[in-house]
Ligand binder design. Structure first.
Ligand code: FAD
Length: 340
């Protein structure tokens, strides 16, 4: 039986492992994390599946990967009986920044411009906004629930998972010798060998706000501090996220937290009384063009650069990795031509 070692258990590693297991490979996962409730970049994600909104700043490839990944997540959720929310997303702004809404609509597809009646039907707690863009075909999921479910599914499909092991570069050589394939999904930690991988710091909070209820992610456009709120069950909201080109740091700054919180307050004044449950930080692994890549070095595949599209892109990338291992099929849009 062909053996594959996957290093890393963020969304990239777990999706690759899951696809390979479905294709009947023997998969061993090795991860520095100590369990499924790990604190890697994937743990802090919003879980927005927003291929249309992302057109504002991302290349068309992200939309393609996004649609494929969304189908995967939806069917995975129904198999696992976990909640997948396919009820769109809303983009709003303060009246003085209405031009931002127009620009956003020009840079994206798939939106309907809606007024206060439609807004109050979609999100009664946002009835004070007069204009919004409604992206009906977007979705969201809860990253922690989904990565935990992937972890469990990989075990059920026969994967071994070795936790709390940080593989060194010397050990990679042994793993390459002892497995038929090695899939390196270490996120930003792989910048020790991928010199063009950088971290884009993201800070986020979880808030409990019993006076606000939302059904779908809401993006708030702002000239300096665009933010979003992603609803979780029981009036909990993920508030995110900064995008800072600074060397990875594990701590949030006062400035960032203040900016995020003031923008949440601008969406709804009840956030003034919200309780802060958690402040999280990590650095998104990104290449220069902010696109995910698979790089091939003999039997070692690097799967990295998921940037702000980890959940939006990982399943589609994992499918392409499995095709390559299966039959040598190389998707040119994702496989880096400089590495073969
Ligand atoms: C605040 C925030 C919000 C985000 N929101 C969204 C969103 O709404 N939608 C979306 O699609 N994406 C979002 N993202 C982006 C997404 O989280 C990332 O793209 C994704 O998590 C990257 O996944 P990864 O598996 O490559 O890396 P990680 O999740 O960091 O996983 C890396 C894994 O490698 C392991 N590891 C590292 N070094 C070693 C080693 N030497 N040996 C063994 N194991 C090792 C780690 O323990 C970990 O398990 C967001 C990111 C942030 C920070």
């Amino acid at each position: 039986m062909t053996t594959v070692t996957v290093v890393g258990s963020g969304v990239a590693g777990l999706c690759c492992a899951y696809y390979l297991l479905q294709a009947k490979y023997q998969v061993d996962i090795i991860t520095a994390s100590d369990g499924p409730d790990q604190q890697c970049c994937s743990w802090w994600a919003g879980g927005m599946l927003a291929p249309f909104c992302e057109q504002e700043s991302a290349e068309p490839l992200i939309e393609t990967l996004g649609h494929e990944s969304m189908s995967f997540w939806q069917s995975f959720a129904s198999k696992q009986q976990i909640e997948y929310h396919a009820n769109g997303s809303l983009v709003v702004t303060a009246p003085r920044d209405r031009s931002l809404l127009r620009q956003f609509s020009e840079q994206t597809q798939g939106a309907q411009a809606v007024g206060s009646d439609a807004i109050s039907q979609l999100e009664p707690d946002l009835a004070h906004f007069k204009n919004a863009l409604w992206f009906e075909h977007e979705a969201h999921l809860e990253p922690r629930i989904f990565t935990q479910a992937l972890w469990r599914s990989c075990q059920e499909l026969g994967a071994s998972i070795e936790t709390s092991r940080r593989v060194s570069e010397a050990q990679f050589k042994d793993l390459q010798t002892n497995s038929d394939w090695l899939v390196d999904c270490r996120g930003l930690a792989a910048s020790d060998v991928l010199n063009d991988l950088r971290g884009v710091k993201g800070e986020m909070l979880h808030l409990y706000c019993p006076d606000v209820s939302l059904q779908r992610p809401v993006r708030f456009l702002h000239p300096r501090h665009p933010i979003y709120l992603v609803p979780r069950p029981n009036n909990i909201f993920m508030l995110g996220a900064t995008m800072l080109e600074v060397n990875a740091s594990k701590r949030a700054t006062v400035r960032s937290v203040l900016e995020l919180l003031s923008a949440a307050y601008a969406i709804h004044p009840a956030f003034a009384e919200a309780e802060i449950l958690e402040i999280g930080v990590d650095a998104r692994p990104a290449f220069d063009d902010n696109l995910p890549k698979v790089r091939v070095d003999a039997n070692r595949l690097y799967v990295n650069g998921l940037y702000r599209h980890g959940f939006l892109a990982a399943p589609a990338i994992a499918r392409r990795v499995t095709d390559y291992i299966d039959s040598g099929l190389r998707c040119n849009e994702v496989f880096d031509a400089n590495y073969s």
